[in-house]
Design a protein around this ligand. Structure first.
Ligand code: NOJ
Length: 514
């Protein structure tokens, strides 16, 4: 595994909303440069920046129009290179967001592909043979181009799917994955990756990494084959390039496709979702970290552990505080609950990912859809730095901001939380400091569950010489764990040894060092 990943803690930046350096109301590269010391001081040493390429912005940049040029609203290519340099000067690393499965319908490849005349790009996308031929169950669009055919889309209407082929082609228009046209798509994407690695980025977060080959099987063996080839070719030139997949299947992504990291993503009702976001519109909230939840950690572990065990010696299965597609965790968890949840996430194996603003408990806003965000828009608002105009995000007229800032009472800011000893921000910072100091956290195959039972909310787990104990409930609980002779090096709330049992006070999290 690339060495720096062992101690990596990532900070996800939505560039539109992090810091506006030129006062036009939208965040930019130089704004991020201004705040690198803040990110480093928080304890993060790596960045994942959401898409920053030229785009039609119908899906906030996930509809790329030109893979080789940054969108003007974030700055110039020179500014982006400067960002890479400034990141490296601080011993940090940065991943760009690569969208390999689709482009914008305005991408020149697609414009060419949609022409009636055969050309180099005719098969860069997936077309049926005629305008009335449907796509055998895949989402398609017809009637938009001169070409006599319908094309497959990958996500929104504006995002035609690039052609990496079909696992078992069943129709004449479905190409096998090693068809020259599909190999050309791969080669084009490898070129894009090498271009940015040469420019100075350290790797990629890969959007919808599992979506490349159509009609793939359950383990996505076709898509895995394509990735193994593409990543292999990139690694021949850039052996340290890092890849993290939006996949949620580490066995395929890490075990077969060659990614070093995969995310445990928020899919409704899954183990990750149950930790912090198990609620519905009726007011029911049974998220594990809610004080009054009835859940046991088994609901999470039952899904996490089998996946973790399969890849623990090969790569990192990563836990995140949230991301640009999720409702912010602070929407339903209060500060104490967030502290406990983060303490858990940051002491588990894998590289933690902190979504910008989650370290201060930024709240979810109810906002109309912006750039294809829909319900996600409310998690994408400007970072709240201080109490000055626009919370210090921008000097623009508040009416011309990309999205409005949280102006309701009690909106947290970095400045406010830095000055309060017990703040969420300071808890995050301290936890990340301990993560840096303790070498057991740099091993990622060392997780042992000490105790986690149905019917009791508290649980304990070990990593090397460290034992973590967590009680998310509103009552003290006793665990059959003997930690005599260990030193308590971190505590939210309190815990103590009583004979051969360990008593954890309500809503507590403790780390003991042997
Ligand atoms: C996943 C991204 O995280 C999301 O924001 C985007 O809308 C889709 N992929 C489509 O690219």
């Amino acid at each position: 595994m690339t060495e720096w990943l062992k101690t990596a803690v990532f900070y996800e930046i939505y560039p539109q909303s992090f810091m506006d350096s030129d006062g036009d109301g939208i965040g930019d590269f130089m704004g991020i440069v201004e705040k690198l010391d803040y990110i480093k001081d928080l304890g993060c040493n790596a960045i994942w920046m959401n898409p920053c390429f030229d785009s039609s912005f119908k899906d906030a940049g996930y509809d790329v129009r030109d893979y080789r040029h940054p969108a003007g609203r974030y700055g110039t290519l020179e500014d982006l290179r400067r960002l890479f340099e400034e990141v490296h000067k601080r011993d940090m690393h940065i991943l760009l967001d690569l969208v390999p499965g689709h482009t914008s319908e305005e991408h020149p490849w697609f414009v060419e592909s949609g022409r009636d005349e055969q050309n180099e790009y005719s098969d860069r996308y997936i077309w049926t043979n005629s305008w009335f031929q449907r796509a055998e169950g895949l989402p398609y669009i017809a009637g938009e181009c001169k070409r006599n055919g319908a094309y497959i889309i990958n996500f929104f209407k504006c995002q035609p799917a690039l052609n990496y082929g079909f696992l078992n082609p069943a129709e004449q228009w479905q190409k096998p994955i090693d068809h020259p046209a599909c190999l050309a798509t791969r080669a084009a994407m490898v070129d894009v990756m090498c271009y940015w690695l040469e420019m100075g980025c350290d790797g990629f977060r890969v959007d919808m990494a599992d979506s490349l080959v159509k009609n793939d099987d359950e383990i996505k063996s076709g898509t895995c084959k394509v990735w193994a080839d593409m990543i292999g070719r990139v690694h021949e030139r850039y052996p340290d390039a890092v890849f993290v997949s939006e996949w949620n299947n580490p066995e395929s992504a890490i075990g077969m496709a060659g990614f070093q990291m995969d995310f445990f993503l928020d899919w409704h009702g899954n183990g990750y979702n149950l930790l912090m976001r198990d609620y519905d519109a009726s007011g029911r909230d049974d998220s594990f970290f809610k004080r009054n939840s009835k859940r046991s950690i088994q609901d999470f572990l039952g899904e996490y552990l089998p996946k973790y065990e399969k890849i623990k010696n090969k790569g990192l299965y990563c836990l995140i505080t949230g991301n640009h597609d999720m409702i912010r965790a602070a929407c339903n968890l209060d500060e104490r609950e967030l502290k406990l949840a983060y303490a858990f996430l940051f002491t588990m194996p894998g590289a933690p990912f902190i979504y910008y603003g989650d370290e201060i408990g930024m709240r979810y806003q109810n906002l109309p859809c912006k750039e294809g965000g829909y319900t996600r828009t409310g998690s994408r608002t400007p970072m709240q730095w201080d109490d000055s105009l626009n919370h210090g995000f921008s000097i623009a007229d508040p009416m011309s901001l990309y999205l409005p800032t949280d102006d309701c009472d009690g909106a947290p800011t970095v400045q406010m939380q830095q000055s309060s000893k017990d703040s969420l921000y300071n808890a995050v910072r301290e936890l990340l400091m301990i993560r840096r100091e303790q070498s057991a956290f740099a091993e990622h195959d060392n997780l042992e569950i000490v105790t986690a039972q149905e019917g009791i909310r508290s649980f304990a787990y070990r990593r090397g010489n460290l034992t973590m104990l967590c009680n998310p409930s509103g009552c003290a609980e006793t665990l059959a764990v003997d930690l005599t002779g260990t030193e308590q090096i971190y505590a939210i709330g309190a815990g103590r040894q009583e004979g051969v049992k360990y008593v954890l006070e309500e809503q507590s999290f403790v780390i003991c060092l042997k």
